[in-house]
Design a binder for this molecule. Sequence first.
Ligand SMILES: [Mg+2]
Length: 259
Amino acid sequence: MGTSGRPDSTSREFHNPKGEIRSEEISEKNVRWLAVVFDLDDTLFPERQFVDSGMRAVADWGEQVLQIPAETTLDELRGLIEQHADGRTFNRWLANHHLDPEEWVHPMVQVYRKHEPTLTPYDDVSPVLQKLRRTCRLGVVTDGYLEVQQRKMAATGLEDRFDAIVYSDELGRDAWKPSTKPFELVLQRLGVAPDEAVYVGDNPTKDFRGARQLGMETIRIRRPDGLYGHLKTACPEDAPHWQIATLTELVSLMEDTRA
Ligand SMILES: [Mg+2]
């Protein structure tokens, strides 16, 4: 039991992000958790899509500013990411073109971060959110630069599907996962205690520790194309309570306590 206790009402009112008051029928006997909180990247949409649309934006910029054909740049950047994936893609590309990283890395990073991404959520996201919505509250806790994450969220078209969205960067750099701070805030906004909520994420190096420390349960989703699917859990504090391959399995977990 969390400090706020489990509400005994089967009907409760709360404010959604648009400020409308809705009445939700929540039958707590039928579900394992009263709230499900999701990570964004590689949990709700493939992060590779963002990387790819970012590389396209950089390639277009390169054609305009450096007079290097965009298709050439795009092929080269994709190749470098496949080979290295260590965050030095732009430096390597510039070196290959005998261009000075001191001068050009910064503008390339800016173009990448500020581009309007084209993102499509995983196929299982919309039906699962629709199903969960009938029995519980839905939230997001996402890490990364505020404006970048806001653009990603908007591009997924999923913003209106959640009762609370917390961008950890809003609370400062030290509130990025694995901090407990963004989880405290999302629980407060959702009006549930830690042990009434579960966090679903993909990255064992940062997604589960803070949520666990608060007393939330955690689920690792291992998408086949996820960038962090290969990572091993380093220690028990970073380990998820459950592991799933699709969000559809989350619905089964949710219903496991049904009589
Ligand atoms: Mg993620």
